[in-house]
Design a protein around this ligand. Structure first.
Ligand SMILES: NC(=O)C1=CN([C@@H]2O[C@H](COP(=O)(O)OP(=O)(O)OC[C@H]3O[C@@H](n4cnc5c(N)ncnc54)[C@H](OP(=O)(O)O)[C@@H]3O)[C@@H](O)[C@H]2O)C=CC1
Ligand SMILES: CC(=O)N[C@@H](CCC(=O)OP(=O)(O)O)C(=O)O
Length: 313
Protein backbone atom coordinates (compact mmCIF):
# COMPACT_ATOMS: atom_id res chain seq x y z
CA UNK A 1 0.00 0.00 0.00
CA UNK A 2 1.22 3.50 -0.81
CA UNK A 3 2.10 5.65 2.23
CA UNK A 4 -0.25 8.56 2.97
CA UNK A 5 1.54 11.92 3.07
CA UNK A 6 0.06 15.22 4.31
CA UNK A 7 1.61 18.71 4.09
CA UNK A 8 0.32 20.99 6.87
CA UNK A 9 0.94 24.55 5.63
CA UNK A 10 0.91 23.54 1.96
CA UNK A 11 0.02 27.06 0.80
CA UNK A 12 3.19 28.57 2.32
CA UNK A 13 6.58 29.00 0.67
CA UNK A 14 8.13 25.78 2.01
CA UNK A 15 4.90 23.78 1.75
CA UNK A 16 4.37 24.66 -1.91
CA UNK A 17 7.93 23.64 -2.74
CA UNK A 18 7.40 20.27 -1.04
CA UNK A 19 4.13 19.88 -2.94
CA UNK A 20 5.95 20.62 -6.22
CA UNK A 21 8.42 17.83 -5.50
CA UNK A 22 5.73 15.31 -4.48
CA UNK A 23 2.71 16.03 -6.66
CA UNK A 24 3.87 14.00 -9.66
CA UNK A 25 4.97 10.96 -7.70
CA UNK A 26 3.21 7.64 -8.07
CA UNK A 27 4.85 5.99 -5.05
CA UNK A 28 3.00 8.00 -2.38
CA UNK A 29 -0.59 9.04 -1.75
CA UNK A 30 -0.77 12.78 -1.15
CA UNK A 31 -3.65 13.78 1.16
CA UNK A 32 -5.08 17.20 0.20
CA UNK A 33 -7.19 19.20 2.66
CA UNK A 34 -9.94 21.49 1.30
CA UNK A 35 -8.55 24.99 0.91
CA UNK A 36 -11.23 26.57 3.11
CA UNK A 37 -10.45 24.09 5.92
CA UNK A 38 -6.64 24.35 5.87
CA UNK A 39 -6.62 26.20 9.21
CA UNK A 40 -9.55 24.29 10.75
CA UNK A 41 -8.20 22.41 13.79
CA UNK A 42 -10.71 19.55 13.65
CA UNK A 43 -10.13 18.93 9.96
CA UNK A 44 -6.34 19.22 10.28
CA UNK A 45 -6.41 16.75 13.17
CA UNK A 46 -8.10 14.21 10.87
CA UNK A 47 -5.47 14.67 8.20
CA UNK A 48 -2.55 14.68 10.64
CA UNK A 49 -3.71 11.37 12.11
CA UNK A 50 -4.60 9.84 8.75
CA UNK A 51 -1.08 10.23 7.38
CA UNK A 52 1.95 7.97 7.63
CA UNK A 53 4.21 10.99 7.08
CA UNK A 54 3.31 14.60 7.90
CA UNK A 55 5.30 17.65 6.83
CA UNK A 56 4.83 20.69 9.07
CA UNK A 57 5.47 23.89 7.09
CA UNK A 58 4.12 26.27 9.68
CA UNK A 59 5.26 29.03 12.03
CA UNK A 60 6.85 27.60 15.21
CA UNK A 61 3.79 27.93 17.47
CA UNK A 62 1.49 26.30 14.90
CA UNK A 63 4.02 23.46 14.46
CA UNK A 64 4.01 22.78 18.22
CA UNK A 65 0.21 22.85 18.18
CA UNK A 66 0.09 20.44 15.22
CA UNK A 67 2.32 17.90 16.99
CA UNK A 68 -0.06 18.09 19.97
CA UNK A 69 -2.97 17.13 17.70
CA UNK A 70 -1.35 13.83 16.69
CA UNK A 71 -2.48 10.78 18.65
CA UNK A 72 -1.91 8.13 15.98
CA UNK A 73 1.30 6.33 17.05
CA UNK A 74 1.99 5.44 13.40
CA UNK A 75 2.12 9.07 12.19
CA UNK A 76 5.70 10.21 11.58
CA UNK A 77 6.54 13.91 11.43
CA UNK A 78 9.03 16.06 9.50
CA UNK A 79 8.91 19.57 10.97
CA UNK A 80 10.37 22.39 8.81
CA UNK A 81 10.05 24.96 11.61
CA UNK A 82 12.58 25.95 14.26
CA UNK A 83 10.45 24.51 17.08
CA UNK A 84 12.01 21.06 17.61
CA UNK A 85 15.55 21.20 16.24
CA UNK A 86 17.27 20.69 19.57
CA UNK A 87 14.29 19.10 21.36
CA UNK A 88 14.56 15.75 23.15
CA UNK A 89 13.05 12.88 21.17
CA UNK A 90 13.62 14.59 17.79
CA UNK A 91 16.24 13.57 15.23
CA UNK A 92 18.05 16.32 13.31
CA UNK A 93 17.27 15.80 9.62
CA UNK A 94 20.73 16.18 8.06
CA UNK A 95 21.74 12.66 6.95
CA UNK A 96 25.23 13.55 5.66
CA UNK A 97 26.30 15.43 8.77
CA UNK A 98 27.50 12.88 11.32
CA UNK A 99 28.16 9.16 11.50
CA UNK A 100 24.91 7.27 12.07
CA UNK A 101 22.64 10.24 11.31
CA UNK A 102 21.15 8.67 8.17
CA UNK A 103 20.16 5.54 10.11
CA UNK A 104 18.68 7.62 12.94
CA UNK A 105 16.52 9.52 10.45
CA UNK A 106 15.46 6.34 8.69
CA UNK A 107 13.81 4.93 11.82
CA UNK A 108 12.74 8.20 13.50
CA UNK A 109 9.15 9.09 14.40
CA UNK A 110 9.99 12.78 14.72
CA UNK A 111 12.47 14.52 12.41
CA UNK A 112 13.38 18.22 12.74
CA UNK A 113 14.39 19.62 9.36
CA UNK A 114 17.47 21.88 9.67
CA UNK A 115 17.35 25.67 9.38
CA UNK A 116 18.67 27.09 6.12
CA UNK A 117 21.56 29.10 7.58
CA UNK A 118 22.30 26.24 9.98
CA UNK A 119 22.53 23.83 7.02
CA UNK A 120 25.32 25.87 5.44
CA UNK A 121 27.17 26.42 8.69
CA UNK A 122 26.93 22.83 9.90
CA UNK A 123 27.93 21.35 6.54
CA UNK A 124 31.33 23.01 7.16
CA UNK A 125 31.78 23.17 10.94
CA UNK A 126 30.46 19.74 12.01
CA UNK A 127 32.87 17.65 9.91
CA UNK A 128 35.82 19.87 10.83
CA UNK A 129 35.10 19.34 14.54
CA UNK A 130 34.37 15.62 14.01
CA UNK A 131 37.69 15.19 12.16
CA UNK A 132 39.49 17.00 14.99
CA UNK A 133 40.71 19.86 12.77
CA UNK A 134 38.64 22.67 14.22
CA UNK A 135 39.21 22.89 18.01
CA UNK A 136 35.88 22.85 19.88
CA UNK A 137 36.77 26.15 21.55
CA UNK A 138 37.68 27.98 18.28
CA UNK A 139 35.97 31.40 18.16
CA UNK A 140 34.12 30.80 14.87
CA UNK A 141 32.46 33.57 12.87
CA UNK A 142 30.02 32.94 10.03
CA UNK A 143 28.32 34.98 7.31
CA UNK A 144 25.36 33.79 5.30
CA UNK A 145 23.74 35.29 2.21
CA UNK A 146 20.15 34.36 1.41
CA UNK A 147 17.46 35.22 -1.10
CA UNK A 148 14.29 36.84 0.25
CA UNK A 149 12.11 33.72 -0.03
CA UNK A 150 13.92 32.65 3.18
CA UNK A 151 11.60 35.06 4.99
CA UNK A 152 8.44 33.29 3.79
CA UNK A 153 5.27 34.87 2.36
CA UNK A 154 5.56 38.08 4.37
CA UNK A 155 9.08 38.94 3.20
CA UNK A 156 8.29 37.88 -0.38
CA UNK A 157 5.38 40.36 -0.37
CA UNK A 158 7.70 43.15 0.84
CA UNK A 159 10.15 42.49 -1.99
CA UNK A 160 7.61 41.84 -4.74
CA UNK A 161 4.78 44.19 -3.75
CA UNK A 162 4.10 47.75 -4.80
CA UNK A 163 5.95 50.54 -2.99
CA UNK A 164 9.07 48.46 -2.45
CA UNK A 165 11.25 50.29 0.07
CA UNK A 166 14.52 51.75 -1.22
CA UNK A 167 16.70 49.67 1.14
CA UNK A 168 15.29 46.43 -0.29
CA UNK A 169 17.26 47.07 -3.48
CA UNK A 170 20.51 46.45 -1.60
CA UNK A 171 21.83 43.59 0.58
CA UNK A 172 20.70 43.94 4.23
CA UNK A 173 22.64 42.62 7.21
CA UNK A 174 20.09 41.42 9.77
CA UNK A 175 20.17 39.63 13.12
CA UNK A 176 22.49 42.41 14.27
CA UNK A 177 21.70 41.66 17.91
CA UNK A 178 23.63 38.40 17.28
CA UNK A 179 20.96 36.08 18.63
CA UNK A 180 19.61 34.54 15.42
CA UNK A 181 17.21 31.66 16.00
CA UNK A 182 19.51 29.12 14.32
CA UNK A 183 22.38 29.58 16.81
CA UNK A 184 21.13 26.83 19.14
CA UNK A 185 21.19 24.14 16.45
CA UNK A 186 24.44 25.52 15.01
CA UNK A 187 26.18 25.01 18.34
CA UNK A 188 24.45 21.78 19.36
CA UNK A 189 25.08 19.88 16.12
CA UNK A 190 28.58 21.22 15.39
CA UNK A 191 30.02 20.19 18.74
CA UNK A 192 31.50 23.67 19.21
CA UNK A 193 31.82 25.07 22.71
CA UNK A 194 30.55 28.51 21.66
CA UNK A 195 27.96 29.47 19.07
CA UNK A 196 29.44 31.29 16.05
CA UNK A 197 29.30 35.07 15.80
CA UNK A 198 26.75 34.97 13.02
CA UNK A 199 25.78 37.58 10.41
CA UNK A 200 22.95 36.69 8.02
CA UNK A 201 22.45 38.92 4.97
CA UNK A 202 19.29 39.02 2.85
CA UNK A 203 19.42 40.40 -0.68
CA UNK A 204 17.18 41.28 -3.61
CA UNK A 205 16.92 37.87 -5.32
CA UNK A 206 14.39 35.08 -4.75
CA UNK A 207 16.41 32.08 -3.58
CA UNK A 208 19.90 30.68 -3.15
CA UNK A 209 22.43 30.80 -0.33
CA UNK A 210 26.16 31.15 0.31
CA UNK A 211 27.19 30.48 3.90
CA UNK A 212 30.84 30.84 4.85
CA UNK A 213 33.40 30.65 7.62
CA UNK A 214 36.95 32.04 7.59
CA UNK A 215 39.75 30.35 9.52
CA UNK A 216 43.32 31.07 10.63
CA UNK A 217 45.19 27.87 9.75
CA UNK A 218 47.75 28.29 12.56
CA UNK A 219 44.91 27.99 15.12
CA UNK A 220 43.69 24.67 13.69
CA UNK A 221 44.88 21.27 14.88
CA UNK A 222 47.79 20.02 12.77
CA UNK A 223 48.04 23.44 11.04
CA UNK A 224 46.54 22.26 7.72
CA UNK A 225 46.69 24.37 4.56
CA UNK A 226 43.49 25.38 2.74
CA UNK A 227 44.20 22.60 0.24
CA UNK A 228 44.54 20.03 3.07
CA UNK A 229 41.16 21.15 4.44
CA UNK A 230 39.60 20.87 0.98
CA UNK A 231 40.87 17.33 0.57
CA UNK A 232 39.82 16.24 4.07
CA UNK A 233 36.30 17.63 3.59
CA UNK A 234 36.07 15.96 0.18
CA UNK A 235 36.95 12.63 1.78
CA UNK A 236 34.38 13.18 4.56
CA UNK A 237 31.59 13.63 2.00
CA UNK A 238 32.91 11.30 -0.72
CA UNK A 239 29.99 8.82 -0.51
CA UNK A 240 27.24 11.47 -0.53
CA UNK A 241 25.02 12.50 -3.43
CA UNK A 242 23.38 15.63 -1.99
CA UNK A 243 26.52 17.17 -0.46
CA UNK A 244 29.85 17.46 -2.26
CA UNK A 245 33.09 19.42 -2.18
CA UNK A 246 34.37 21.26 -5.27
CA UNK A 247 37.84 20.05 -6.31
CA UNK A 248 40.75 22.14 -5.03
CA UNK A 249 41.63 24.90 -7.50
CA UNK A 250 38.31 24.79 -9.36
CA UNK A 251 37.11 28.19 -8.06
CA UNK A 252 37.86 31.24 -10.18
CA UNK A 253 37.63 33.91 -7.48
CA UNK A 254 33.89 34.68 -7.49
CA UNK A 255 31.15 32.67 -5.75
CA UNK A 256 27.53 33.58 -6.55
CA UNK A 257 24.88 32.80 -3.91
CA UNK A 258 22.27 31.74 -6.49
CA UNK A 259 24.35 29.06 -8.27
CA UNK A 260 22.29 26.21 -6.77
CA UNK A 261 18.91 27.94 -7.04
CA UNK A 262 16.39 25.35 -8.24
CA UNK A 263 18.52 22.37 -7.10
CA UNK A 264 18.39 20.22 -3.99
CA UNK A 265 22.08 19.48 -3.48
CA UNK A 266 24.77 21.51 -1.72
CA UNK A 267 28.36 22.23 -2.72
CA UNK A 268 31.23 23.31 -0.49
CA UNK A 269 34.09 25.39 -1.92
CA UNK A 270 37.41 25.75 -0.13
CA UNK A 271 39.84 28.52 -1.10
CA UNK A 272 42.80 30.25 0.53
CA UNK A 273 46.43 29.45 1.21
CA UNK A 274 48.81 28.19 3.88
CA UNK A 275 47.77 30.88 6.36
CA UNK A 276 44.04 31.43 5.92
CA UNK A 277 41.07 29.44 4.64
CA UNK A 278 37.64 30.48 3.33
CA UNK A 279 35.01 27.74 3.21
CA UNK A 280 31.68 28.48 1.54
CA UNK A 281 28.63 26.27 1.25
CA UNK A 282 26.18 27.02 -1.57
CA UNK A 283 22.66 25.64 -1.92
CA UNK A 284 19.03 26.70 -2.35
CA UNK A 285 17.29 27.86 0.84
CA UNK A 286 14.19 26.09 -0.50
CA UNK A 287 16.22 23.05 -1.70
CA UNK A 288 18.77 21.56 0.71
CA UNK A 289 17.88 24.50 3.00
CA UNK A 290 14.24 23.41 3.50
CA UNK A 291 11.88 21.58 1.12
CA UNK A 292 14.47 19.49 -0.76
CA UNK A 293 15.99 18.36 2.54
CA UNK A 294 12.51 17.54 3.90
CA UNK A 295 11.71 15.34 0.88
CA UNK A 296 15.13 13.65 1.17
CA UNK A 297 14.27 12.85 4.80
CA UNK A 298 10.85 11.48 3.79
CA UNK A 299 12.46 9.24 1.16
CA UNK A 300 14.85 7.86 3.78
CA UNK A 301 12.04 7.29 6.31
CA UNK A 302 10.07 5.37 3.69
CA UNK A 303 13.09 3.23 2.77
CA UNK A 304 13.27 4.73 -0.75
CA UNK A 305 16.26 6.02 -2.70
CA UNK A 306 16.86 9.27 -0.86
CA UNK A 307 17.21 11.33 -4.05
CA UNK A 308 13.80 10.34 -5.49
CA UNK A 309 12.07 13.40 -6.94
CA UNK A 310 15.01 15.71 -6.21
CA UNK A 311 17.13 17.80 -8.57
CA UNK A 312 20.91 17.40 -8.43
CA UNK A 313 23.15 19.90 -10.23
N1 LIG B 1 11.30 29.93 3.55
C1 LIG B 1 12.43 29.26 3.82
O1 LIG B 1 13.43 29.33 3.07
C2 LIG B 1 12.51 28.37 5.03
C3 LIG B 1 11.48 28.26 5.95
N2 LIG B 1 11.61 27.42 7.04
C4 LIG B 1 10.57 27.29 8.07
O2 LIG B 1 9.43 26.62 7.53
C5 LIG B 1 8.25 27.09 8.18
C6 LIG B 1 7.32 27.64 7.12
O3 LIG B 1 7.99 28.75 6.52
P1 LIG B 1 7.54 29.41 5.17
O4 LIG B 1 6.96 28.38 4.29
O5 LIG B 1 8.69 30.22 4.68
O6 LIG B 1 6.41 30.41 5.72
P2 LIG B 1 5.15 31.03 4.96
O7 LIG B 1 4.73 32.18 5.76
O8 LIG B 1 5.48 31.23 3.52
O9 LIG B 1 4.07 29.87 5.07
C7 LIG B 1 3.50 29.44 6.27
C8 LIG B 1 2.15 28.82 5.96
O10 LIG B 1 1.55 28.34 7.16
C9 LIG B 1 0.19 28.73 7.15
N3 LIG B 1 -0.26 28.78 8.54
C10 LIG B 1 0.04 29.68 9.50
N4 LIG B 1 -0.57 29.37 10.66
C11 LIG B 1 -1.29 28.26 10.43
C12 LIG B 1 -2.14 27.44 11.22
N5 LIG B 1 -2.38 27.72 12.51
N6 LIG B 1 -2.73 26.35 10.64
C13 LIG B 1 -2.50 26.04 9.35
N7 LIG B 1 -1.71 26.78 8.54
C14 LIG B 1 -1.11 27.87 9.07
C15 LIG B 1 0.19 30.08 6.46
O11 LIG B 1 -1.10 30.41 6.03
P3 LIG B 1 -1.41 31.73 5.13
O12 LIG B 1 -1.04 31.32 3.71
O13 LIG B 1 -2.85 31.96 5.33
O14 LIG B 1 -0.52 32.81 5.65
C16 LIG B 1 1.17 29.82 5.33
O15 LIG B 1 0.55 29.24 4.22
C17 LIG B 1 8.66 28.17 9.17
O16 LIG B 1 8.74 27.62 10.45
C18 LIG B 1 10.02 28.60 8.63
O17 LIG B 1 10.83 29.13 9.65
C19 LIG B 1 12.72 26.66 7.19
C20 LIG B 1 13.77 26.72 6.32
C21 LIG B 1 13.76 27.65 5.19
C1 LIG C 1 15.61 35.89 5.05
C2 LIG C 1 15.14 35.33 6.37
O1 LIG C 1 14.54 36.01 7.17
N1 LIG C 1 15.41 34.07 6.61
C3 LIG C 1 15.02 33.38 7.81
C4 LIG C 1 15.48 31.98 7.77
C5 LIG C 1 14.44 31.02 7.27
C6 LIG C 1 14.61 29.70 7.89
O2 LIG C 1 15.58 28.99 7.78
O3 LIG C 1 13.65 29.37 8.70
P1 LIG C 1 13.85 28.47 9.95
O4 LIG C 1 14.39 29.31 11.02
O5 LIG C 1 12.57 27.88 10.29
O6 LIG C 1 14.83 27.46 9.57
C7 LIG C 1 15.68 33.98 9.04
O7 LIG C 1 16.87 34.26 9.01
O8 LIG C 1 15.00 34.00 10.07
Amino acid sequence: MKPNVYIDGKEGTTGLQIYDRLSGRGDINLLLIDDDKRKDLTERKKYLNGADIVFLCLPDAAAVEAVGLIDNPKTRVIDASTAHRTAAGWVYGFPELLAGQRQRIKYAKRVANPGCHATGFLSIAAPLVAMDILPADYPVTCFSLTGYSGGGKKMIAEYEGDNKAEELYSPRIYGTNLNHKHLLEMQALSGLKYPPVFSPIVDDYYKGMATGIQLHNALLKGKPTAQDICELLARYYEDQTMVRVAPWGSETGMLAANTFSGYDNLEISVTGNGDQTLIVSRFDNLGKGASGAAVQNMNLMLGLDETTGLAVK
